[in-house]
Design a protein around this ligand. Sequence first.
Ligand SMILES: Cc1cc2nc3c(=O)[nH]c(=O)nc-3n(C[C@H](O)[C@H](O)[C@H](O)COP(=O)(O)OP(=O)(O)OC[C@H]3O[C@@H](n4cnc5c(N)ncnc54)[C@H](O)[C@@H]3O)c2cc1C
Length: 295
Amino acid sequence: MLATGSRLARPSTAGVNEHAFDVDQIEQAVRLEQHLKCLADRPDSAARNTVVVAGGGFTRIETATEMPARLRAILGNAADIKVIIVDRGEKIGASMGADISVSIAEASAEVGVEWRLKSSVTGVDASGVTLADGQRIETSTVIWTTGVHASSLTEQIPGERDALGRLHVDSHLKVIGQDDIFATGDVAYAASDDIGNHALMTCQHAIVLGRHARNNVAAQMLGVAPTPYSQPKYVTCLDLGAWGAVYTEGWDRQVKLVRQEGKALKTQINTQWFYPPAANRETAWAAADPLIPIA
Ligand SMILES: Cc1cc2nc3c(=O)[nH]c(=O)nc-3n(C[C@H](O)[C@H](O)[C@H](O)COP(=O)(O)OP(=O)(O)OC[C@H]3O[C@@H](n4cnc5c(N)ncnc54)[C@H](O)[C@@H]3O)c2cc1C
């Protein structure tokens, strides 16, 4: 069974590899944290006080909305801090859905995140970023959050892959065209319902995919019936820094909880649900059951 996850897909934009930070792996997040703390030792300047976040998706918004409080804690309340999201869209958070974008705009204004819309970064260097229209933003801190790509081990398995490198799997999570290879989590392109939706590269899908894949590998070895994967419910919980968090349900992301109610749920997810079960046989076995109802 292949379960090797994904990695940040670095773009070809000039200077990103040399000068941008990311938060894809813990080591990179620690590197960013150390850099932010060291900003306090630099002389006050626009570049020191500015963070530019480029890329897409939820990680970008969560990272940006956390930054104002983080920068103030490091540079002090008197510093003229700026956190800027560079985005190709015409409206704040529009690519996330109409309902949720209202919360994203409200939170951005409240915590102090500026959106540079209809814009993209064409180059990163040691003192700032250049935008497609030639404008420059002076900054010592560029955070790149463009999407992820499935682990390169997927390339060693013959089979169809989607644009993100994920292997097409059947409802039992077996790689299509292979008798003995299963794929799960971020390396699997799996239908999550009967109406055309597919699992995303998220924990909520990876956890349920994982339960089914390990069950079905064992079932094949034992010669018993496998359990088809199905996960029609889709939710999101987006952290928006000091504003709180927004929780949505459905593929159109209808907002159900906002601010501190959303944050309480996000904290529960981040501190409890994401973690593996306690390392004892009975708890681990119970947590791996593919028939656990999806909350
Ligand atoms: C910054 C960030 C924030 C995120 N926030 C959220 C969120 O809020 N909500 C959400 O639902 N999802 C979130 N995700 C996505 C989520 O983390 C992934 O979708 C999920 O972890 C995928 O699970 P996985 O088991 O497929 O892969 P992983 O959790 O990546 O696990 C894969 C494992 O395989 C190991 N591995 C890789 N290659 C090899 C090899 N060759 N040999 C042996 N081992 C190997 C890796 O070290 C790793 O331990 C976030 C991701 C990132 C990067």
